[in-house]
Design a protein around this ligand. Structure first.
Ligand code: MSP
Length: 682
């Protein structure tokens, strides 16, 4: 990363994804890489950098030619048809301001031809014969050691014997070893660098860079009977997309001058960060720097090699039908939910696993509960106790100073984690602050302070809370731009936090800032509904019925669902059955959150016979404990007591669940007028 002293015009950053094969629709594997690149791009923009974010389509592959032929299409036409699905997926995932380059574009063809013409003239390319196996899915020439025992039986392997041109990769072994030595941070994570280095040390073979048995590709300018091997063509996209002026560079090289010194302001080469998965670092970490060295320009500055994503425990594969599409992922948990999930779920270099359950749980625990609750209760109480107007802090206790210290320190540390490509660790830190803020509310109990008329203490608490949340949103917005923008508005701030730079961290909350109304951004999700929705989408896509889990293996249907059944299917009960339920009224004497459980509230009630009866209810997403005090509720008196999170609940409170607006809203049942505690319902 560049130093802080660089003049403003030098603050440029160039990030890329691989140039994807467009023979199939994008899935959440390619989605993941693109999300990471977007988070980097958004972070750098927030640091005041001019950012170039390049992705694109790799079109000259054998599998594209084959697939197009199967469909009776011209390969270009086939690519034209498939590319919109990628653009659509990136839009759904809220990928920002990227440039999409196609390897079939005339400009790219020109750059490729000029680049290799120079290398050819320098003597780094020579003619030979390729005789060996070619992997048509991976688009690579197999090393003899990789050839399976019965290659003929593998439909994706093709034996080629053809005239071919070679790049003298072996010549660059010494250069690469020295380069790795001088750039210890070239590859993140470090263990991938060690892998590459070990392979280089085993010795490098020259690389076949042309094919003469296919016409689909960019012709070699000095021998039109050959087209460039798809990989070397694709790598050049990073240069085409960078704004690099190859003509100016060639002229400078001709004059014996530095080709980088003659580049226009629009040039972003050398690239700051190439992002990819573990399948392709060899091309990026070895072949690419060697080719650039041969041409005479610098290597990229850094590579991020992330892990592979599986779906429901197995490698995503089209043939197995277990590909997880961005469209489905977004339909389940929204773009912010997906982006948060992939970043939070695994450290960036390791493999991950998508499952509907994992997505739902991450979403419910971290977003609906931790973050959603924090925002909801903070705004709710700020409106209730302060009329929404946040005064300057006055009475300050050590507990307040601790929160201020955290809120001042954590956002900067989150950015540092992003900077060092440790995104998961950044979010974990941010969530420590989220949880600390929730705990701060639980321990300061603003509802009690309100009853005691301690307005100034309340003012300080909410000033600190709103300021801490403001700072959190600034650093969370590269990961969850849409949700942070919505929360930003609810907090009463103008514009979009996703468009602000990190300079906003050094601002402070204006005096008497007015907050807005809370609105649910992450409605809680029901796993069963989500699984059904996923199956439904899969059926719509494949046209095949997916077998559901047998009804008896499923958890019992929820009561509100039974009520929707047509009359003839109703399970009638006798009045005697109803009489078994002892429903009585009770008055809430006190209420408090249950330690370590985000949803639960512990109520102490007067049931007519005792004033210390305890009930535990999962209503915290919809109620602040202090709102419940003094209310007359309805409880199921003869329900067997049960321990919930270490608290013995002696009965159950009745509540209505409204899901008519798409999100679950729970309201407790109360009685009309004054009724003595312990009154029986019938
Ligand atoms: N066309 C080449 C890249 C040329 S770059 C000069 C290619 N394309 S690809 O479509 O196969 O994309 C591979 C990349 O897609 C991986 O490196 C990774 O970034 C992403 N992923 C594809 N499947 C993935 C997973 N299942 N999990 C994680 N990333 C995945 O290779």
């Amino acid at each position: 990363m560049e130093s802080k002293q660089s003049p403003p015009e030098e603050k440029k950053f160039y990030v890329t994804t691989p140039i994807y094969y467009v023979n199939a629709a994008p899935h959440m594997g390619t989605g993941y890489t693109t999300i990471l690149a977007d988070i980097v791009a958004r972070t750098k923009r927030k640091q005041g950098y001019r950012v170039k974010f390049v992705t694109g389509s790799d079109e000259h592959s054998q599998n594209i030619a084959d697939k197009a032929a199967e469909l009776g299409l011209d390969p270009l036409e086939f690519c034209n048809r498939n590319i919109p699905a990628f653009l659509e997926a990136w839009k759904l995932l809220e990928i920002s301001d990227y440039e999409f380059y196609r390897t079939s574009s005339p400009r790219h063809r020109e750059v490729v031809q000029k680049f290799f013409q120079r290398i050819y003239e320098l003597g780094d390319i020579y003619k030979g014969t390729y005789s060996g196996w070619y992997h048509t899915t991976d688009n690579r020439f197999l090393d003899p050691s990789e050839v399976p025992e019965d290659p003929e039986s593998k439909p994706y392997l093709k034996f080629l014997t053809e005239e071919a041109y070679y790049f003298r990769l072996s010549k660059y072994e010494g250069y690469l070893l020295e380069f790795y030595d001088q750039h210890p941070d070239f590859i993140h994570p470090d263990f991938r660098r060690t892998e590459m280095l070990n392979r280089i040390r085993e010795g490098l073979k020259d690389l076949c860079i042309s094919r003469s048995s296919t016409e689909w590709g960019i012709p070699l300018p000095w021998d039109r009977n050959h087209v460039f091997y798809v990989w070397v063509d694709a790598l050049l996209t990073y240069l085409t997309g960078s704004g690099f002026d190859i003509d100016a560079a060639l002229a400078a090289l001709e004059r014996g001058e530095d080709p980088m010194a003659v580049q226009p302001a629009a040039n972003f080469w050398p690239c700051d960060l190439h992002i990819m998965a573990v399948d392709i670092p060899w091309f990026h970490a070895v072949i690419w720097p060697a080719m650039l060295k041969s041409f005479g320009i610098p290597a990229p500055k850094k590579l991020l090699v992330h892990g592979f994503w599986n779906f429901e425990g197995t490698k995503m594969s089209k043939s197995k039908g277990n590909v997880f599409h961005p469209k489905d992922a977004v339909a389940l948990v929204g773009a912010d939910g997906v982006r948060y999930f992939v970043v939070r779920e695994v450290p960036v270099g390791l493999d991950g696993n998508f499952s509907v359950r994992a997505l739902a749980e991450r979403y419910n625990y971290d977003l609906a509960n931790d973050l959603g609750n924090l925002l909801h209760r903070t705004l709710n109480m700020a409106l209730k106790f302060l009329g929404g107007v946040i005064p300057a802090p006055t009475v300050v206790f050590p507990r307040d100073l601790e929160i201020k210290e955290l809120a001042d320190r954590v956002p900067g540390e989150v950015i540092e984690h992003y900077e060092s490509l440790r995104f998961k660790e950044g979010l974990e830190l941010a969530w420590e602050l989220v949880r600390e803020l929730n705990r701060y509310i639980d321990t300061t109990k603003p509802w009690e302070l309100n009853k005691e008329g301690k307005k100034e203490e309340i003012g300080t608490i909410f000033h600190l809370l709103i300021e801490a949340i403001r700072r959190l949103l600034i650093v969370l917005s590269p990961v969850m731009p849409g949700a942070c923008d919505r929360y930003w508005q609810q907090l009463g701030f103008e514009g979009r936090v996703s468009e602000l730079t990190f300079d906003a961290l050094s601002e402070t909350l204006p005096e008497n800032h007015k907050v807005g109304q809370p609105e649910v951004v992450f409605p809680r999700l029901d796993l069963e509904d989500l699984e059904e929705e996923f199956i439904r989408r899969k059926e719509a896509l494949t046209g095949e019925k997916v077998e559901r889990i047998a009804a008896e293996e499923k958890p019992a249907p929820k009561e509100e669902k039974m009520a929707e059944k047509p009359t003839e299917e109703k399970e009638w009960i006798e009045i005697g059955d109803f009489m078994k339920l002892n429903l009585i009224t009770a008055k809430v004497l006190s209420a408090e959150p249950v330690e370590g459980a985000d949803k639960l509230i512990k109520l102490t009630v007067d049931d007519g016979s005792r004033k210390d009866r305890v009930l535990v209810a999962g209503i915290r997403p919809w109620y602040d404990p202090e709102e419940l005090v003094g209310r007359t509720i309805v409880i199921l008196d003869n329900l067997k007591p049960k321990k919930l999170r270490g608290v013995l609940s002696e009965g159950m409170l009745l509540a209505a669940t409204d899901e008519s607006q798409g999100e679950r809203v729970v309201r407790i049942v109360t009685v009309d007028g004054e009724v003595a505690p312990g009154s029986k319902l019938s």
